[in-house]
Design a protein around this ligand. Structure first.
Ligand code: S3P
Length: 431
């Protein structure tokens, strides 16, 4: 699909972003392992979370779809069934890595694969700790890539120091820890998103954090109804559009504002953005709020160190904001971007350059000089949903027409993204 974008004179409206992807995966996986049944509302509508549901169904978990974003999950009390076929995680790293942790604790053979992008992403980072816990697990390319073969078994708790701050790896180990003998301890180099710890706690499993150390005592999960907050990683596109466009006011309703995810709010505020966070509340152990972004004059920002895991998925769209900021924005310590759905350092730099950005690749990040006036061009997405949407926002801000080839991949996390864009630009009101 080729999406054509022209800059609107105004951007205004109220958007409810889709349910949070990270939390949706966890809500359905943890309830599938729990005792009892649970209803999950505002489940993320994208393809990634649909992959998780399909894999769990293939593992014998009864899951009913009661509506486009409502599921009922009947937990199997920790005991899954050997799947009759290969499990396919599609484009979803979270599905593959979290399920690998679960399957490490199941005494049967499972095979896990994914699309071309996922099969090129590192899996040695989960294979090593899961083996240490006692699982038999192999991967293609000397145990580095999917497809993975897992024969789970009797696991023992370990203390594992993560070489990188990764919530997916931490969660894989903690999930395996549910089935292990003894305590499981994970030490992080910097705090990564803590949805697993919060939800385990809500579902009755003891997880204690002490600085960068997380300790889990195995125990049964109890099913819990969950209303998933809106995804801040999806809201981020409209936050950037709202603060960069000269005539804009956009309100995002019901956004999850867990502090391990709000690096984008901190970065934009440091840049001088007008953001109002109102109506704070809590849903399912997670903080939620409404956020309004309006036209702002931006200064450059530096993003590095402990901030990086808190903003990792928003860096492509932050790079768009940096094009409109005064000064040189520098992003460092973000080498993890090279192993996301695409090499997001290379692809963001290449595509924003086509639009006239003054942007340069660094081994672990990028440097962007602003302000520049972007000019419409033809761009590619490399099948990467977040790059597609970041380029969509660049297209709203650029002069002239932007064409995005392969724009359909936005459906991986945000199927209504292009319709929401039409709502905010008034294209739908004008018909
Ligand atoms: C996720 C963690 C992050 C993030 C991904 C979702 C999660 O990956 O980039 O989109 O749900 O745990 P890493 O933990 O590998 O950095």
């Amino acid at each position: 699909m080729r999406q054509i974008i022209r800059p609107p004179s105004r951007l205004e409206g109220v958007i409810t972003p889709p349910g949070d992807k990270s939390l949706s995966h966890r809500a359905v996986i943890f309830n599938a392992l729990a005792y009892g049944s649970a209803r999950i509302t505002n489940y993320a509508p994208g393809e990634d979370c649909a992959s998780t549901v399909r894999c769990l169904q293939a593992l014998g978990v009864p899951i009913e779809r009661d509506g486009p974003t409502t599921l009922t999950v009947h937990g199997r009390g920790g005991v899954l069934e050997e799947p009759a076929d290969v499990l396919n995680a599609g484009n979803s790293g979270t599905t593959m890595r979290l399920l690998a942790g679960v399957l490490a604790g199941q005494p049967f053979l499972s095979l896990l694969t994914g699309d071309r992008s996922l099969r090129s992403r590192p899996m040695d980072r989960i294979i090593a700790p899961l083996r240490e816990m006692g699982a038999e697990i192999w991967g293609r390319g000397s145990d580095r890539f999917a497809p993975l073969a897992i024969r789970g078994g009797r696991l023992r708790g370990i203390t594992y120091t993560l070489p990188i701050a990764s919530a997916q790896v931490k969660s894989a180990i903690l999930l395996a820890g549910l089935f292990a003998h003894g305590e499981t301890v994970v030490v992080e180099p910097a705090p990564s998103r803590d949805h697993t710890e919060r939800l385990f706690q809500v579902m009755g499993v003891s997880v204690v954090r002490d600085g960068l150390t997380v300790r889990l005592m195995p125990g049964p999960l109890t099913a819990r109804d969950i209303s998933v907050p809106g995804d801040i990683s999806s809201a981020a596109f409209w936050l950037v559009a709202g603060v960069c466009h000269p005539q804009a006011r956009i309100t995002l309703r019901g956004v999850g504002v867990n502090p391990t995810r709000t690096g984008i709010l901190d970065a934009l505020r440091q840049m001088g953005a007008h953001l109002e966070v109102i109506n704070p509340r809590e849903e399912g152990g997670e903080p939620v709020a409404d956020i309004t972004a309006s036209s702002s004059t931006l200064e450059a920002v530096e993003v590095k160190g402990e901030m990086v895991p808190r903003i990792i998925d928003e860096i492509p769209v932050l790079a768009v904001a940096a094009c409109y900021a005064h000064g040189t924005t520098v992003i460092r310590d973000a080498q993890e971007l090279r192993v996301k759905e695409s090499d997001r350092i290379a692809t963001t730099v290449r595509e924003l350059r086509r639009l006239g950005a003054d942007i340069e690749e660094l081994p672990d990040g990028m440097r962007i000089r602003g302000p520049v006036r972007l000019r419409g061009a033809v761009c590619r997405t490399y099948g990467d949903h977040r790059l597609a949407m970041a380029l969509g926002i660049a297209g709203l801000l650029a002069e002239g027409e932007t064409a995005i080839q392969g724009a359909e991949c936005a459906r991986v996390s945000y199927p209504s993204f292009w319709e929401h864009m039409a709502l905010l630009t008034g294209a739908q009101r004008r018909g």
